[in-house]
Design a protein around this ligand. Structure first.
Ligand code: SF4
Length: 289
């Protein structure tokens, strides 16, 4: 029996996600992502493993790669994933919406930037009005060609994908990419399937985190890739765990991860095999492509 931990990152589970959990299964893969357990601290784990703030020349903006910047569009998430590397992020000092003037100056001065990524928290926690206003401001910067939205809310609260929201994204003049965060095929509800198919003007990709006891097996990852593809979503990244305190029990060793990935590659067509990567602060290190 797992022991619940004293919470610094409070449990938050939206009803739509809770409804997908098998209440009779204490090892349900969705449940495991949102409850915290007492873990044995390991030296390699820390409060903020990626130190995002050190790559932030302007509050609310993270600039790690020459051609793209990531904006902290919101501090709020629909769900609290207990392995989240940003659970201790200093959101008070990083709010792209309130610091837009400075951010816009920075982006305009750096004409090598052609892509803006909205992240958080989850950008879908903003109202449509706030999101539209942000998109409008980005659209008029001539050297920005692509807008990417990172979201887990889309799958854990598919009711957020309203007709108005879908219309807003489908009509933007920028190249639109949505990178979803889905770890297990059980997260793919009928409501999500119906809504996501309507995002016809958008490239849809997925990133997963490899989590022990959740998705660290070939059958589970295969089923996820096939389920995503059915919905027009390409598996993009399979991230190794970022070593944040409290997530020690989710760690899959490098050796096992590479082995698993090789087995997955034998089973699936190449375009269904996500790249196995580790975020190392300044760059993604691809372990296997
Ligand atoms: S939705 Fe993303 S940012 Fe929010 S808690 Fe989960 S992993 Fe972290």
């Amino acid at each position: 029996m797992q022991q619940f931990q004293d919470q610094s990152f409070p449990i938050k589970i939206p009803l739509e996600f809770a409804n997908l959990i098998d209440k009779n299964n204490p090892n349900d893969p969705l449940l495991k992502q949102v409850i915290s357990v007492n873990t044995q601290h390991q030296d390699a784990f820390s409060a903020s493993p990626l130190a995002d703030e050190s790559n932030s020349p302007v509050a609310g903006l993270i600039h790690k790669y020459p051609n793209r910047v990531l904006l902290i569009a919101s501090r709020v998430c629909a769900i609290h994933c207990q392995y989240c590397f940003r659970q201790n992020f200093n959101y008070n000092e990083h709010d792209a919406v309130s610091n837009w003037a400075e951010i816009e100056d920075y982006i305009r001065q750096h004409t090598e930037i052609d892509e803006v990524i909205l992240s958080g928290g989850d950008p879908l926690s903003l109202s449509d009005e706030k999101l539209q206003s942000l998109i409008d401001k980005i659209e008029v910067i001539l050297h920005i060609k692509t807008l990417r939205i990172h979201s887990r809310s889309a799958v854990v609260t598919p009711s957020r994908l309203t007709p108005d929201f879908i219309k807003m994204l489908n009509k933007t003049t920028l190249n639109m990419v949505m990178v979803l965060h889905i770890n297990h095929a059980n997260e793919l509800s009928n409501e999500f399937a119906i809504a996501i198919r309507k995002l016809s003007n958008i490239s849809l990709l997925n990133q997963s985190v490899l989590l022990k006891g959740v998705n660290d097996s070939v059958p589970v990852l295969s089923k996820l890739s096939l389920g995503l593809f059915d919905l027009g979503i390409l598996p993009y990244y399979l991230h190794l765990l970022d070593k944040v305190n409290g997530a020690e029990h989710f760690l899959v060793s490098d050796e096992d991860s590479v082995k698993l990935h090789k087995e997955l590659s034998k089973k699936l067509s190449g375009y269904l095999v996500p790249r196995l990567v580790r975020d190392e602060n300044l760059a993604f290190k691809t372990l296997v492509t």
